[in-house]
Design a protein. Sequence first.
Length: 585
Amino acid sequence: MVSLTRRSFLSLLIACQADGLFAQERSAQNQGMASRRVSPTPRPKPSGLPFHAHFTDVARQAGLKEIVVGGHPDRADYIIEAMSCGTAFFDYDNDGWLDALVLCGFRFADPPPAASNRLYKNNRDGTFSDVTEKSGLFHTGYSYGVTVGDYNNDGFDDLFITCWGQNALYRNNADGTFTDVTKQAELLNSQPRFGSGCAFLDYDRDGRLDLFVSNYVGFDINSTPRPGQAAGCNYGGTPVFCGPRGLPYGQHSLYHNNGDGTFTDVTDASGIGKSYGGYGLTVVSADFDNDGWPDIYVACDSTPSLLFMNNHDGTFTEQGLERGVGLSEDGMEQAGMGVGVGDFELNGNLDIVKTHFSQDTAGVYLNDGKGNFWDITRASGLSVETRYVGWGAGIVDLDNDGYPDIFEVTGGIYPELTKTYRTPRVVFRNLGNGQFEELLDSAGPAINALHSSRGCAFGDFDNDGDVDILIVNDNEVPSLLRNDVTGGNHWIKIRLTGVKSNRSAVGARVTARYGGKVQVQEILSQSSYLSANDPRLHFGLGPAVAADIEVRWPLGQVEKFSNLPANHLIGITEGSGITLREKWA
């Protein structure tokens, strides 16, 4: 009798998956996105506790006026039109105010000439100016994901944007403009690819940002049927676009930063190429096992999600199934779209929330501190909601009470199904006891507004001490959800600048201790759905008026700072301590 360990058994399942011997067959007859088709659990009695965050959509008055194109308004002919894109909050001109990058898709037959990615400069008065043309970022085509980081360590954040066809690396010229340096950086694809998730990370801890790129499906317009042209491409009897199942898997890539403006493809040498791939979407790089080295998590649509653990020698080992974040609690594939990462139980470990298709729950994964996860979706309270297709998500403290909440945007994937295409946002308030409560009507009018949304980014665009949200809506203008927090809770923000580590401090970990609580966050270069958040780490403090802060820099140095005052932006420079104390109202 052959004895198998749990790890070897799961490895065998992975091999079978790659060979198409188990789970979903890759055939047009079994196309579409995975759903477990589960019923929601009963809603508990409302807690009755007040929620002090209130969201209002101020996008139009703020100047975010350009439509994000995602196929035709009433149909999507191909999957590349329907997946849409992400967005980013980042300070491209280093003036201390968050600017906004909103990516844009495209459509066949009659693409609008203005269907471009858009850069909006923050005017510091609640409004933005469209500076796309003069910035050098005007681009038409199918854009999907963005990662933000200073790859050349010159003090200004650069952009990498994934696309169908050819991805693009934009170097920030430090004068308000960007230059496409994809060719010079040796990042051109030899063949067209469906780039999706992407993340800057310093995987070998040499002080320079490397680059991981996921790819969604192998898409060929000459061989992919349109709706109605293949019997299997339908949903509930309605002809819809084909995929992802039935299309070839995407394969993922890792590029090493050579320090001279170029990158080297190390996919095979690093072990990334050993993975079967899957339908990769959002990428998050963070230290999940608390060993000081960045790992890589890839949310995969309708295939097992991937967790690449860093071996500290330039290589990775994929362990998503073994560590509990590859499948659902009952061993089923799910349509992984977006990823939120944060310490929602306040135990010093980074947990994961992953969004999925309708008639399924989001996935809530609790980290044991060693990079092993437990699916606690039912126990956490998130299984009460199964109605919507989930996309961008975050584990963020919306009301500054010291407990990170969960926010999710939703939207249908098939515009032909008008009744389920535009859906509301979802807020789960952290009750502080390992439980979350869905708020249906108490977080402001912008939460119940109906849209077909995709990416979202979290950040304080008006510098008032709370977390606002920028959202991509298909074939509409973006939403900018201004958060107005009441109730007297406090907060602190931490802005890090690397010296020996990468200048953006991507991968740095901050531990905050306040009011008897402890919470960790890391600077992530991508999360949500194909999006990038404010790099200033925001901690709600509740009634606490000060916090102790510990910074672990990407190269390992640890610095500690005691009794930092609440309601301040604190700037910390590696090796030099506190270099900024800015009090906000």
